[in-house]
Design a protein around this ligand. Sequence first.
Ligand SMILES: Nc1nc2c(ncn2[C@@H]2O[C@H](COP(=O)(O)OP(=O)(O)O)[C@@H](O)[C@H]2O)c(=O)[nH]1
Ligand SMILES: [Mg+2]
Length: 446
Amino acid sequence: MFDSLTTRLGAVFERLRGKGRLSEADVAAALGEVRLALLEADVHVEVVKRFLDRVRARTVGTEVRSSLTPGQQVVKIVHDELVTTLGRDAVPLAVAPRPPLVVLIAGLQGSGKTTTAAKLAERLRAQGKHPLLVAADLQRPAAIDQLEVLGARIGVPVHADRRGKPERLVREARKRAIDEGLDAIVIDTAGRLQIDDVLMSELAAVRKAAEPHEVLLVLDAMTGQDAVAVARGFLERAEVTGLVFTKLDGDARGGAAISAREVTGRPIKFVGVGEGSGDLEVFHPQRMASRILGMGDVMTLIEKAEASFDAAEAAAAAEKLRTVSFTLEDFLGQFQQLRRMGGMGQLLGMLPGATTASLKAGVSDADLGRVEAIIRSMTPDERRNPKIIDGSRKRRIATGSGTSPHDVNGLLRQFGETQKLMKALAEGKSPIPGLAMPGARRTRKR
Ligand SMILES: Nc1nc2c(ncn2[C@@H]2O[C@H](COP(=O)(O)OP(=O)(O)O)[C@@H](O)[C@H]2O)c(=O)[nH]1
Ligand SMILES: [Mg+2]
């Protein structure tokens, strides 16, 4: 959905990441390109300016952290600030202290209100709720038909009355929901081609009758900056509690969605990514930022590695390697390190897809536990020099650790492979693209 922005930023970061050292000019040039990329994606010019001010202040002010290369640090700062711009944490749909939950859907004509109302009803139903859709768009009879068709398709009742007034209809719908034990009401309202007084006063009347817990403003991402202007207009006149961006599946440049939070102060709660009733996603600023920057959840991975990777320990292991004495004890240390980083499954799950698919299939937390048990059952001599582990020692170790000689063999083979891997790391090659290997770098400099 942010394809071209992602491509452009990816190219900028690729250049940054490759560098061991960054000059001020490098950073300035990179941020200049980031600026262009954001403007081209239709991000609001003021938002771009504030964003870059924050990034610049942090790139100048932060200390160099040993576990990240300077290039990675800049990428991380850009990512963090993009998350801030997008709103930091996902804001869930309001909850009703007492059912029914009432959600009012507002927006201009063609923005995707009716579609979104149906998608939301489907989502609520999937969560075990019993929703009622309300066709309060009485401007066009076709709008009621449309909601009835969508409601029938997803099996959600639709409340409609072709002759009534919207506010009366909404009051009836509340009553019906309570009578029939329906615990969520999603109200589709009328739109206009642009904001006008008639629309706003009708919306105010419906709002008053509906007493909504949530007023979602639906914005068409394809309209770019106009969407932000529309949002401002609605905010002045209606009590909007959250935003929904639709049509992010199309060739929308997406910049409006990036600007919206900062310009309106309202959270984006959902994004529409297709015409089907299942094409509504909860908006996660973190994930969106990673997606825009085209890096999966690698940023999270870098952070985790940073937080728990004991640099001194790693340096010591790397130092030992240089004198070719990486032992099973070091191996155990590495495994415990992985544990602290949240276990293999979680760790590998954050790496971008295909490259690590085979790794993901092969290692589990249970394996980690087994490795630990086996190594603990070895004598110090065996740990230092596994070559002495013969058949009878293997059987003893297996019994002591509650495993089988086959498991012990497997571990020794794994250890041999890790030794090779550690050698590669000591020579400065990271096995995982984009992940800093602090011990390795330090060794190389020595
Ligand atoms: N591709 C795509 N189309 C959408 C999305 N949301 C709505 N639409 C389409 O946009 C058009 C207008 O939607 P509608 O719900 O009728 O807008 P309303 O006038 O605000 O009620 C319809 O053709 C929808 O199928 C979306 O997220 N992605
Ligand atoms: Mg409609």
